[in-house]
Design a protein around this ligand. Structure first.
Ligand code: PLP
Length: 458
């Protein structure tokens, strides 16, 4: 690396999240310097179609001037104030009101955090708080699912059901359990229908609750479509059956809309796509199109009323952040939600989503592709060694990571999750840009196949 270049300084000083540190030392970063629409540009001006909208998140693309204006206006008016001890300010009031008005089920109150992880940390505390308030403090266990992604703080990483987030960190913490992952292609038994698979998973959840003791199980958290676990779309009747079990045992249902919220699945919420009735809902990312960090948890009236009782006992609801409902972040989020409405973003996803889904499904004809899944503007292509047996490639080959690297050279930024390649482009993507994205992916798949040949892998 050229001494003192951005890459050299990055390697010298910058510790990267979710990065293989040794590889980073030799290969260095991709330094992005600007963005326009669905494209970002590196230091040399090379364009990349950002097929992940950053981290599943920059839904309005990378150059929305109205969000910049909203931030500047708020910075000039009131750059900071807090929401502790009965203080408030207009942007957080407006945003709370707005979020309630678009919620998938009636919600009572909204509490703000700065990230999806913090939102889900808040959720863990609220489950405990709620059950304390109603006199069932032993209902402390929260069930998440294998392959779920709910964040990286100590509690939210515990909810996350991926080994990288647990191993060596002494996680999960006590009282967090993981139920089955609803990935039919990977986990169905021979000859099992999707319906039977869904029934089996719901039965397993019930068995788990009975084994633990229903009097100890207080919450169940789920992403409508699992994102970072591999874009896993549950079978049709899965959530209906799961929700029936939760109701039977008085278990709070928390939906993590951090990826699926705000149009991603072709409805405003993933909860609407799968007919979910959450008691609490966490959201982040597209809430502000990720231009500034902000997340929210909505709670229903039942949860809120219990919280009032508990805070009376203790004297205060003892949770919150310096930046909860930060006025500049809230103003940008509010503007983002306005833009979604004015530009009919959900209808746009309904219009262009099928083009992406159909285009991804065409890759099923490619020798490398075993499964394509997704809906709206979230999708994934899974590469397999043997389509018939669904056998995966040896993970040591690192095919997914190799494909992502080839794609990057071809001007396409995707996310490799094992050998699955995820796509969540900005929601403003046009049909022509979807075609561009698919063409760059096709080229990358062909080059990955040629690379496999070079490695002598059939
Ligand atoms: N929940 C889901 C579904 C996510 O995908 C993520 C991040 O990707 C999180 C929570 C954590 O959000 P953050 O990275 O903002 O902490």
């Amino acid at each position: 690396f050229v001494p003192n270049s951005a890459s050299a300084r990055d390697i010298a000083h910058h510790l990267h999240p979710y990065t293989n540190l040794k590889v980073h030392e030799t290969e260095g970063p991709l330094v992005i310097t600007r963005g326009k629409g669905v494209y970002v540009y590196d230091e040399d001006g090379k364009d990349y179609l950002e097929a992940m909208a950053g981290l599943w998140s920059a839904s309005l693309g990378f150059s929305e001037p109205r969000l910049v204006d909203a931030a500047v206006k708020q910075l000039k008016e009131l750059p900071y104030y807090h929401t502790f001890t009965h203080k408030s300010h207009l942007p957080s009031i407006d945003l709370a009101e707005k979020l309630k008005s678009v919620a998938p089920v009636p919600m009572s109150k909204v509490i703000f955090q700065n990230s999806g992880s913090e939102a889900n940390d808040t959720v863990v505390k609220l489950v405990w708080y709620y059950h304390n308030a109603i006199g069932k403090p032993e209902k402390k266990k929260i069930i998440s699912r294998i392959k779920a992604y709910h964040g990286v703080t100590v509690a939210s990483a515990s909810l996350t059901g991926l080994p990288n987030n647990h191993r060596d960190f002494d996680l999960p913490i006590a009282n967090i359990l993981h139920a089955d992952c609803p990935h039919y292609y990977r986990f169905a038994q021979d000859g099992e229908s999707e319906e039977d698979f869904a029934t089996r998973l719901a039965d397993n959840l019930e068995k788990l609750i009975l084994k633990e003791g229903p009097e100890t199980v207080g919450g169940f958290i789920a992403e409508p479509i699992m994102g970072a676990g591999g874009v896993i779309v549950p079978p049709k009747t899965y959530f209906e059956k799961i929700q029936a079990v939760l109701q039977k045992y008085d278990v709070l249902f928390i939906v993590d809309e951090v990826i699926c919220g705000f149009g991603r699945t072709g409805n405003y919420w993933g909860s609407q796509t799968f007919d979910l009735k959450p008691d609490m809902l966490s959201c982040a990312k597209a809430l502000s199109s990720s231009y500034l960090p902000i997340s929210a948890v909505m709670v229903n009236e039942k949860v809120y009323q219990a919280m009032v009782v508990e805070s009376e006992k203790i004297g205060v609801f003892g949770h919150g952040y310096t930046y909860s409902g930060h006025p500049v972040c809230a103003a940008v989020a509010l503007e983002t939600l306005k833009i979604y409405e004015e530009r009919n973003i959900v209808e746009h996803v309904q219009q262009v989503g099928p083009r992406m889904q159909a285009g991804l499904r065409k890759f099923l004809d490619h020798p490398l592709v075993g499964e394509v899944r997704g809906t709206g503007l979230i999708g994934a292509v899974e590469m397999v060694q043997d389509k018939k047996s669904r056998a995966s490639f040896d993970p040591k080959l690192g095919l997914g990571a190799k494909l992502a690297k080839i794609a990057q050279a071809n001007g396409l930024i995707v996310r490799a999750i094992g050998d699955s390649i995820a796509f969540t482009p900005p929601l403003v993507i046009t049909e022509a840009e979807i075609d561009d994205m698919l063409a760059r992916m096709k080229k990358s798949l062909d080059e990955a196949l040629a690379w496999l040949d070079e490695q002598g892998v059939a």
